[in-house]
Write a protein that binds this ligand. Structure first.
Ligand code: ATP
Length: 503
């Protein structure tokens, strides 16, 4: 698992997808830059989302709100008071951790023990092994499970009651040690706000304290009525947007999975109060379908329904994806009630109500939200696509099987040799295709090596110009995933590529 994840990170760097930010200054933790291929992949994911959410839905429009918002926004949304993580410091190592993550990691270790017991038993019993039965009857496994359950429920309870002393007590009782040094010498647990602060204005006295937005959703809520009136959309309707969000994450490991500066793709769907259950189910299903449409394997997704709900929600689920480090949240679907709009009414003193012509009355709409991290989606796509294949001749190839619609470069055009007029024909093909697709020209190294380079780069097609091309205007087109080669007419290239890379 760890190995696979390391390969993902180094491949992302080697092939120009993701670099550490400010690398020449040794980087900035949990901040990353997208390189030449990464920026294309990210753009293609964003477009794929925008198309499905905005272009394909008559009743959803897109906006692009500013990152800076009036500071009262974050009072109203609850972020100033409640967007906190519980932190604990180790007195010896001086390292800071999220208390809840320390406890969750402890439980994950117990979970690993359960897996070990299961694996041992599976070996012992062979074909006769029934995992469910074993897990529900084996004393040791039941004991482990009980420990996990009581630990997590006590933690949830303490956090909910803001009983931070009990969170610390739990860490001490479980004898959780600093993962780096093994020290068990902890400070008290403190709440830490995740928003980044900044200042607007030149002089110190007049400067206004601002926050970098920690989510894009509020830009949609404060614009709700403006958009509704100018678009004349009727409920139910949605407003979508993509854009940067900022969180001062403390546990910021895991590459682009958890970043301090990241991009969200969010959609707020405004509905009649009382219809939220139906729309919640609708959007859960619709969003899962969107994921499955990329063909990355049904088994790699699962829903996680939240039992403990945030202050604004009356139902919430995550779509989890199987990352190299296990199933983790990729997208959230939240039934947010009228919490946000009512809060903004209260703090702004402005009415944020919708006049329903059918009901002949005004009300504050309810909201269903779908919220996905673009960077997290990037990691899901990239890590799932990176594969090592054993070939028939005993060699291995590294291939990045990106869904073709998302691939940064759709085709590489390769002259077999650098002479006899072949480069000129290849260049002409690039000139013709570049109006429709991102294509590149590559003449360096033997053609086999160029194929491998494009495989590792995720390019779905290689088009090779050889001496026969001079005779009959045909080229070889090679498919990345199957490595199959076909002879086709130059004039047909556009349609062949289009068929595979278009949605
Ligand atoms: P987590 O529990 O992983 O911290 P969250 O529940 O706080 O996430 P939301 O506030 O629901 O996340 O944000 C919606 C989506 O934004 C998440 O599903 C995730 O894909 C993405 N996201 C949130 N925080 C980050 C981050 N620090 N880096 C990258 N993506 C993020």
């Amino acid at each position: 698992q760890d190995d696979q994840f390391k390969k993902v990170i180094s491949h992302a760097k080697e092939y120009g997808y993701v670099f550490q930010s400010s690398e020449i200054y040794d980087g900035l933790s949990a901040v990353y830059d997208y390189a030449q291929n990464g920026a294309e992949l990210k753009k293609n994911i964003r477009d794929y989302w925008w198309r499905a959410m905005v272009q394909m839905n008559e009743n959803i429009v897109g906006i692009d709100a500013a990152i800076f918002m009036h500071p009262t926004t974050w009072k109203a949304s609850g972020h100033v008071d409640a967007f906190n993580d519980p932190l604990i410091d180790n007195k010896d190592s001086k390292k800071r951790y999220r208390a809840d993550v320390l406890i969750e990691d402890y439980c994950a270790k117990i979970e690993a023990k359960i897996d070990k017991e299961v694996a041992k038993a599976a070996k012992r019993f062979g074909d006769a092994f029934n995992k469910e039965e074993f897990v529900s009857t084996n004393k040791r496994v039941l004991g482990y499970q009980e420990k996990i359950n009581t630990t997590l429920s006590r933690m949830a309870q303490s956090l909910e009651n803001e009983d931070l002393a009990d969170v610390k007590a739990l860490i001490e009782e479980l004898e959780i040690a600093d993962p780096l040094t093994g020290s068990k010498n902890w400070t008290d647990v403190k709440q830490f706000n995740l928003m980044f602060g900044t200042k607007l204005g030149a002089s110190a006295e007049n400067a206004m304290d601002l926050y970098l937005r920690p989510e894009t959703a509020q830009g949609i809520f404060v614009n709700f009525l403006n958009v509704q009136k100018t678009s004349r959309l009727k409920i139910p309707f949605g407003i979508a947007q993509t854009g940067k969000a900022f969180r001062n994450e403390i546990v910021a490991r895991q590459f682009i999975f958890r970043m301090r500066e990241f991009e969200q793709m969010e959609m707020q769907f405004f509905i009649k109060p009382g219809t939220q259950q139906e729309w919640y189910e609708h959007w859960k299903e619709t969003r899962l379908k969107w994921h499955l449409s990329l063909g990355m394997g049904e088994d790699n997704y699962r829903f996680h329904d939240h039992e403990k709900l945030a202050h604004y929600a009356d139902a919430a689920a995550d779509i989890e994806f199987k990352f190299p480090f296990g199933f983790k949240e990729l997208e959230g679907i939240h039934s947010r009630t009228d919490f946000d709009l009512s809060q903004h009414e209260k703090y702004s003193g402005k009415k944020l109500q919708y006049f329903d012509p059918e009901e002949n009355k005004s009300y504050v709409p309810y909201v269903l939200e779908t919220s996905i991290g673009l960077d997290r989606m990037f990691l899901a796509v990239f890590s799932n696509s990176l594969q090592e294949e054993e070939l028939e001749n005993g060699t291995t190839r590294t291939v990045l099987k990106l869904p073709s619609v998302l691939a940064p470069v759709k085709a590489a055009v390769l002259p077999l040799v650098k002479k006899d007029g072949l480069p000129e024909i290849a260049r002409q093909i690039v000139e013709d295709l570049k109006w429709d697709f991102n294509v590149i020209y590559d003449e360096k190294d033997a053609v086999g090596r160029r194929y491998r380079r494009q495989d590792a780069n995720g390019t779905p097609f290689c088009i090779t110009v050889d001496h026969d091309t001079l005779e009959d205007n045909s080229v070889t087109i090679r498919h990345r995933d199957t490595m199959e080669q076909e002879r086709v007419k130059i004039d047909d290239l556009r349609d062949i590529i289009k068929k595979e890379v278009d949605v």
